[in-house]
Design a protein around this ligand. Structure first.
Ligand SMILES: NC(=O)c1ccc[n+]([C@@H]2O[C@H](COP(=O)([O-])OP(=O)(O)OC[C@H]3O[C@@H](n4cnc5c(N)ncnc54)[C@H](O)[C@@H]3O)[C@@H](O)[C@H]2O)c1
Length: 311
């Protein structure tokens, strides 16, 4: 396959991994990356991009001019975002909307102009947390289990048909708004698009912090003996997440590119599934075992979002 890929947010954890592996997988293809390097750690990934002769453009996707001098690409993978869960609460919503929504519009305008296929990395945070928090859960040993069946909820967790009305966080709302516009552009310009609603993606090259990249953040905290907190849900660390390795995400994206004519317009939940799920308490046990370090984990009963909104 000889293609030209464009990856926005291409110096980030996911973007840089995809870029390098596209280059390894399709040596005759070109990969172009755009990133404003706002995320701490992303500048390290630029060295990696250069090593693999991947074109790196330092630029901001909310600036339309960034797209004006690009060659015609075949596939655009949108990985540029401010993905901090609490973005917009103590920082500017306008800035968040610029990166996460206007940036997508610019990407879509460009994709429509050059007729590029469009793959969007969305998030499980498009599902409204106020509704998810009201589902029934039972406590067994070191984690909570979902104990109800209703529309959009199965034995495996939250499905793609879970009702979307509710409160999402500012971050989740920018992603959901982007999803709606992707559907409109797909219709208006006959674009082939795929939306991946990712849960936790983990693996090498991730510079995790308290608001994103939980697995690397947790492991690094154990390694360097930094204190952690269980926040919300009674502060016991029983809330469950599932993680997908970045190599599996790459394989998924490869398949999507190959079959895009068949799957265009689809939305997928992308995660590690129950087999690769863990509660924070279980993650602590695992990290303790790996690092042989024991650290203090504070218990904060209320979630940060409830505390911020004064509930
Ligand atoms: N990693 C995960 O667990 C996860 C889970 C769900 C969804 N996602 C989504 O996947 C995408 C990639 O996530 P990631 O983990 O690689 O995050 P990341 O923060 O490592 O990468 C995002 C990159 O985008 C860049 N960026 C931010 N705003 C920009 C702008 N306005 N212009 C240009 N570049 C900009 C950042 O500098 C960063 O390098 C994001 O859209 C994120 O919302 C990631």
């Amino acid at each position: 396959m000889r293609k030209i890929f464009l990856i926005t947010g291409g110096a980030g954890f996911i973007g840089s991994y995809l870029a390098v592996n596209f280059k390894k997988h399709f040596p005759r293809s070109s990969v172009i990356t755009i990133d404003n390097l706002v995320r701490k750690g992303s500048s390290h990934n630029v060295l990696l991009l250069k090593k693999y002769k991947i074109k790196f453009i330092k630029g901001d996707v909310k600036n339309k001019a960034v797209f004006s001098r690009l060659p015609k690409v075949n596939i655009l993978i949108d990985c540029a975002a401010d993905s901090r869960v609490l973005a917009g609460y103590k920082s500017s919503v306008r800035k968040l909307v610029g990166s996460n929504f206007l940036g997508i519009i610019n990407s879509l305008d460009y994709a429509a102009r050059v007729k590029a296929d469009f793959i969007f990395l969305s998030t499980s945070r498009v599902y409204p947390f106020d509704k998810i928090n009201c589902l029934n859960y039972t406590r067994r040993k070191s984690r909570f289990y979902l104990a109800c069946r209703r529309k959009g909820v199965s034995l495996w967790g939250i499905r793609e048909d879970f009702p979307l009305q509710g409160i999402h966080s500012f971050y989740g709302a920018t992603k959901l708004a982007s999803e709606y516009f992707i559907k409109e552009y797909a219709y208006a310009y006959n674009l082939r698009t795929v939306i991946n609603r990712c849960s936790i993606i983990s693996g090498p090259g991730q510079f995790g912090h308290s608001e994103q990249g939980i697995v690397s953040y947790w492991l690094a905290s154990f390694l360097f003996k930094k204190p952690l907190k269980y926040i919300g849900w009674g502060g016991e660390g029983l809330q469950v997440r599932d993680a997908l390795h970045i190599a599996d995400l790459f394989n998924l994206v490869l398949k999507q590119i190959k079959h895009i004519e068949k799957i265009k317009g689809k939305i997928y939940n992308v995660g590690g599934g129950q087999k690769n799920s863990f509660s924070l308490k279980e993650l602590s046990h695992r990290c303790q075992k790996i690092t042989a370090n024991k650290i203090k984990v504070d218990k904060i009963k209320k979630t940060v979002l409830l505390t911020l909104s004064g509930i």
